[in-house]
Design a protein around this ligand. Structure first.
Ligand code: ZN
Length: 242
């Protein structure tokens, strides 16, 4: 396997991807999916997604880079993340900033960790906890949450319904027909560039978790080894594991 692209998360590589997106695709936020999903397809469409497991600051850098290239993406953030807290003023500022650039803020929900989390929850079922997480995020962004991506999704979520609790499910069958991601630390489906250049289906969901430049080391989230690396690189690590 050619390692040069499989582990290439450079600024230049991502910039190339963004340029192809601009040239070939009509971009959509996840919250807009109901407006076009069952209609005549017309042009090739893309929904670009980021799951923020680790670092809001890096998400902001990514959002700025996309903004510079005229790209819109959906940023899925966690409400119970050991690495950042939505309660922090700085986090709220970052989320505002990302929203102002035209991106969508949505929920990245960890069904394992976020279960039994809320003391006020009488019934600790998945949907009740999901609603709590949504309301927590809605408070933080002072806006509605329309979309959800599940962290390590359960089998019934993958290729599941388009709506879960009335929100767009990023793993819905309709959105998984053509799905490329760099999760688990590499572009598992192969070099994304030639694939994105020659669209094979009408809707592409692209999940991007990594990029880097000299200042910002690698990743927004995902693998355990990333998290270990991240802890080592975090000067003011203050949030405790739960
Ligand atoms: Zn995740």
């Amino acid at each position: 396997m050619n390692k040069s692209w499989s582990s290439n998360f450079s600024y230049g590589f991502y910039k190339e991807i963004l340029e192809i997106i601009n040239e070939k695709y009509e971009q959509h936020l996840f919250r807009d999916i109901p407006n076009f999903i069952s209609k005549d397809w017309g042009t090739y469409k893309i929904v670009l997604r980021h799951d923020i497991d680790l670092d809001l600051e890096k998400a902001l850098e990514m959002a700025k880079m996309e903004f510079k290239h005229g790209i819109k993406a959906t940023y899925m953030v966690m409400v119970n993340c050991p690495f950042y807290s939505l309660e922090d003023t700085q986090s709220k500022k970052i989320l505002d900033n990302i929203t102002e650039m035209g991106h969508e803020i949505a929920l990245h929900f960890d069904s394992k960790r976020d279960i039994n989390l809320y003391e006020s929850t009488k019934e600790n079922d998945l949907m009740t906890n999901l609603e709590f997480a949504i309301s927590k995020l809605e408070q933080a962004i002072s806006s509605k949450v329309f979309s959800i991506s599940f962290h390590r999704p359960a089998p019934e979520i993958i290729n599941g319904p388009l709506l879960v609790n009335k929100r767009i499910n990023a793993y819905a069958k309709e959105l998984m027909g053509w799905y490329l991601s760099d999760s688990k630390g590499s572009w598992r489906e192969g070099n994304p560039v030639p694939k994105i250049k020659k669209p094979k289906k009408k809707l592409l969901q692209l999940l991007v978790l990594r990029w880097s430049n000299k200042r910002f080391f690698r990743t927004l989230g995902a693998t355990f080894s990333d998290k270990l690396l991240h802890i080592k690189n975090l000067p003011n690590f203050k949030h405790k594991f739960r």
